[in-house]
Write a protein that binds this ligand. Structure first.
Ligand SMILES: C[S@@+](CC[C@H](N)C(=O)[O-])C[C@H]1O[C@@H](n2cnc3c(N)ncnc32)[C@H](O)[C@@H]1O
Length: 202
């Protein structure tokens, strides 16, 4: 689901970029098990800061950075620095039905996106489908208790089908062959984590 005006202001601003570059990126990087992730997918890339982080901090040679909102993709293309042009490709795509082959990516990134989908289980299924066996998922997501908060509900627009608690997310990932390998919880508010796609179906 596209962002409303308040969410756009929260997302497309320099403070969010600073947090992504200097807090979330390094924190998730430490949770990963590999030195480099050559081919990466970012879902819900917004204005594209995450894709830069993936190149700089995760050693990606190529990032396919996607967003369901074509306006966000246009914004990301415009602000992309020239040194990233060879490595980052932006394209509009819905994480619930990705136009990508099975087992293509070394890593998939969701910087606050799965909770925006109408059916988060569909998103998890698609993420697992396009992830190589042994590939890793990096994610940062708010949890159900936070999403159900009155203020959050009043000022932001999120589909009901995007709400989950930690145990539900962990279970659904495992059902789709991804085992959580590292996690940092901000109480019941948000979760930062990584998971690895297992070799055989579980
Ligand atoms: C909270 S913003 C996060 C943007 C960026 N990742 C960041 O951290 O600044 C959520 C983004 O997910 C996108 N989005 C929402 N639903 C989506 C879907 N079904 N598939 C792909 N992207 C989606 C929105 O358009 C928005 O850009």
């Amino acid at each position: 689901m596209k962002l409303n005006i308040i969410e756009r202001l929260i997302t497309n601003n320099p403070i969010r970029a600073l947090i992504q570059r200097h807090v979330e990126g390094p924190m998730l990087r430490k949770m990963g098990s590999r030195k480099e992730y050559p081919l990466c997918l970012e879902i819900g890339c917004g204005r594209g800061i995450g894709a830069e982080v993936i190149v700089r901090q995760f050693g990606a040679e190529k990032v396919i950075a996607t967003d369901v909102d074509p306006d966000q993709i246009e914004r990301a293309k415009i602000v992309l620095k020239p040194e990233y042009r060879e490595k980052i490709e932006f394209k509009a795509a819905d994480v619930m039905s990705l136009d990508e082959p099975d087992e293509k990516f070394d890593a998939v990134f969701s910087f606050g996106v799965i909770h925006h989908t109408e059916d988060w289980r569909k998103a998890v299924k698609e993420i697992s489908r396009v992830l190589k066996h042994g590939g890793e998922l990096f994610f940062e997501e708010p949890l159900r208790v936070f999403m159900d908060n009155l203020l959050v509900r009043a000022f932001t627009r999120h589909p009901k089908g995007g709400r989950f608690d930690y145990e539900e997310l962990e279970g659904e990932l495992l059902k789709n062959n991804i085992r959580i390998t590292g996690v940092k919880r901000l109480g019941n508010i948000a979760i930062f984590g990584t998971g690895k796609k297992l070799k055989a179906s579980h």
